[in-house]
Design a protein around this ligand. Structure first.
Ligand code: HEC
Length: 194
């Protein structure tokens, strides 16, 4: 081969190498662009997805709150009259327990009345009279409870009358005087020992 041809060849070869190199670089630059674009797309998609997910989560949460709210509103709540009927029963049981100096039972029954008073405060909030119940009954209940703790039958009898009068005073004050409570003459149940 002549040196010129060799040179040409070499040049061609160089040129060839250059072309390959160029193509290689071109290839690389071609690859860089889509990569950045891909990353950007992924980030954008993640943000979008995250945003969508968050929106979805908030929507789901709101639905759950709405359904729970409905359940709470529809849940059965005893009214003031039902608590009164409950108090009436314990009022009668309490009387016979105290009369027969059955102090453990008397203590139990007066606590039942106290619990009902607490429940009225919590559940019967729709009635304006509810706030009056513990205010009016509190002192009478406390002094009757004192007689139970002291196991004093005489005091118990007197204070039970005061409690009963207080019930009626409130009924009068709130125009329910036709619900007149009195000292019971017979035990409310025949199947319980008082
Ligand atoms: C706010 C003052 C207040 C006090 C204190 C009070 N009541 Fe009442 N009571 C009411 C009201 C108001 C009603 C009517 C409730 C209704 O609308 O159902 C009532 C109703 C009743 C009823 C009728 C319930 C029925 O369904 O037949 C009874 C029995 C009763 N009370 C017993 C008592 C007894 C016993 C006490 C005392 C230990 C007492 N109450 C203390 C306000 C009071």
């Amino acid at each position: 081969m002549t040196p010129v041809r060799t040179a040409i060849r070499a040049g061609k070869k160089d040129w060839n190498i250059d072309t390959a190199d160029l193509q290689n670089r071109k290839h690389k630059t071609k690859n860089i662009k889509p990569l950045t674009m891909r990353v950007t797309t992924i980030i954008a998609f993640t943000i979008l997805l995250f945003g969508c997910n968050q929106q979805q989560d908030t929507k789901q949460l709101q639905l759950r709150i709405d359904s729970l709210e409905k359940k709470v509103n529809d849940a059965y709540k005893p009214g003031l009259g039902e608590f009164m009927a409950d108090i009436q029963l314990h009022h009668a049981k309490l009387y016979f327990a105290g009369k027969h100096a059955h102090w453990k039972l008397a203590d139990f029954e007066i606590k039942e009345i106290m619990e009902a008073l607490d429940d009225i405060k919590t559940y019967a909030t729709d009635r304006p009279e509810s706030k009056l119940v513990p205010v009016m009954l509190g002192p009478a209940i406390d002094s009757l409870n004192d007689a139970i703790v002291k196991q004093d039958t005489t005091q118990f009898g007197k204070r039970f009358i005061i409690l009963t009068n207080t019930c009626n005073n409130c009924h009068k004050a709130v125009h329910y005087e036709f619900n007149q409570v009195k000292i019971p003459t017979t035990p409310p149940y025949s199947n319980q020992e008082f």
